[in-house]
Design a protein around this ligand. Structure first.
Ligand SMILES: [Zn+2]
Length: 499
């Protein structure tokens, strides 16, 4: 971070400027094989074991297009309300990158497979239409590993290793048009767009779309223009922001940073920037002009992609329910108020609540756990709730244990502690931590008798009909049993004994 960076207070930014966003999201498809060869795509294999002459760019190797990847690209395009090209080609994007063995990336240039779409994004009950410029097919690069430095970066490293297993895995890049008219909601719109896009990708079943594993990567373009001017300012592009929360923070930070430069008479350098999760700042990457010339030319080794209209319509029939309609339908099913639904969507918990309910959990309980306990823990650890490591099945199981009387809320929270600590399944944690509620009547009776004996004044009040006083005795019993008693049963016993 540059020590000279001046950040303008957020409200002051809005008083003087209109923000504009542009989002570029890369989605790594979960196809069984790579984009242009038959190599497997599984994650975590030994380095350079999932490679062949094609994805290593060896002379004479011939690529062939992965049909499932094209199908996924068309389905993504259709789900984003795009038009689907009747005919399009791949292009070579020429540049040197050490983990890109061909020295060009096979991508699409002026003929993307999908274009001119939109997605409606909801923020606090307000709908913003995000226009999609294009969704095109391309391939991923390999991965470099820099060894010897302290931070894993190339600076200070003794040597670097390259793993080409990822080279050639299919990517879809989804690019928005400039998004304007958001005002103070710009950071939230950016976050909501990426969240909703992820939900859509997951619903389509074309990618795991996990940001923490790099299946879904967002580059965030931000510019400011003088308020009411209606023009677009110079933008910066913050690369590979890897959580929803970071998307929001990065936009906010860049707005404040841009305003600091513009306000002191400076001008914005058009460049890429790196987001630093730990310090919450961006730092300069490389200068980038709109006229970057990659010497694109049509890929001569691949035939054009010309999806028939019949095929496109067949794929349209496989699309999941429209997200807006789906939210309305599930809100009615779940009996959520508008506010409850808005909070659920805003917290990025819609899909999680849906999956938890599908696993048998009552909707209000699912909402309560994800928006309360899980959101708090995610916030404490600076992650998204989806990345906590607690699954919808876990939450549904914990609630089932509560519903059958084996756990109360307090004990359930201890089960979540165990889940976050990687101690196993909810049932294993209940067993290993000894968390189950004591339902042994003998033990409960003994504890209640003891509490009555220790609090004769309270007992007398209850005998006189002041049932409100029972709380003190129940509290004493719960304390003695370390919270592991069924409070409702304890209350019954207290009142029975003092009737
Ligand atoms: Zn290969």
């Amino acid at each position: 971070m540059s020590a000279t960076e001046t950040l303008v207070p957020f409200d002051d930014v809005l008083a003087a400027y209109d923000p504009a966003l542009g989002l570029e999201v890369h989605v790594e498809l979960s196809t069984a094989t790579k984009m242009f060869c038959g190599c497997p795509t599984g994650f975590g294999a030994e380095p350079n074991t999932q490679v062949c002459p094609t994805c290593l760019g060896l002379p004479g190797a011939m690529p062939a297009v992965n049909r499932v990847a094209v199908e996924s690209a068309i389905r993504i395009g259709l789900a984003l309300n795009c038009e689907i090209a009747e005919w399009c080609r791949f292009a070579r994007k020429n540049y040197f990158y050490p983990d890109m063995p061909k020295n060009f990336q096979t991508s699409q240039y002026d003929e993307p497979i999908a274009f001119e779409g939109f997605m409606d994004v909801e923020v606090d009950g307000e709908t913003f239409r995000v226009e999609i410029e294009r969704a095109h097919m391309e391939e991923d690069t390999g991965k470099s590993l820099h060894v010897g430095g302290s931070t894993g970066r190339i600076h200070g490293a003794d040597y670097s290793l390259v793993d080409y297993n990822r080279a050639g895995i299919p990517l879809i890049e989804i690019v928005t048009k400039p998004i304007t008219g958001m005002g103070e909601k710009a950071p939230a719109v950016a976050r909501a767009y990426v969240q909703q896009l992820r939900e859509l990708i997951v619903a389509l079943g074309v990618s795991e779309a996990r940001m923490d594993q790099g299946n879904l990567r967002a580059d965030v373009n931000l510019s400011l223009a003088p308020k009411g001017s209606g023009v677009l300012g110079t933008r910066t592009e913050t690369k590979n922001v890897n959580s929803f929360r970071s998307v929001e923070r990065a936009v906010r930070y860049e707005m404040q940073r841009h305003a600091g430069i513009l306000g002191s008479g400076g001008s914005i350098l058009q460049e890429t920037r790196h987001w630093h999760e730990d310090t919450g700042v961006t730092t300069s990457g490389r200068e980038k002009s709109d006229a970057d010339d990659y010497r694109y030319f049509p890929e001569p080794d691949l035939v054009p992609v010309a999806p028939t209209r019949e095929w496109v319509e067949e794929l349209r029939a496989t699309l999941p329910e429209n997200p807006t309609q789906k939210r309305a339908r599930l809100q009615a099913d779940w009996g959520f108020s508008d506010m409850e639904m808005r909070d659920t969507v805003g917290a990025g918990a819609f899909g999680l609540v849906e999956a938890t309910v599908a696993a048998g959990c009552p909707p209000q309980a699912a909402r309560k756990w994800w928006l309360g306990e899980m959101a708090r823990r995610a916030n404490d650890s600076g992650t998204d709730i989806a990345d906590l490591g607690v699954t919808p099945l876990d939450v549904a199981r914990v609630q089932a244990l509560v519903d059958e009387g084996s756990l109360n809320d307090k004990l359930a929270r201890q089960v979540f502690d165990g889940l976050l600590a990687g101690e196993g399944t909810p049932d294993e944690i209940v067993a290993s931590r000894g968390l189950a509620i004591v339902s042994d009547e003998g033990a409960l009776n003994a504890a209640v008798d003891e509490a009555i004996a220790a609090n004769p004044d309270v007992a007398d009040k209850i005998r006189d009909g002041k049932h409100a006083a029972a709380g003190a005795l129940i509290g004493a019993v719960m304390k003695q049993m370390r919270g592991q008693a069924d409070a409702a049963r304890v209350r019954e016993l207290v009142l029975e004994k003092l009737a």
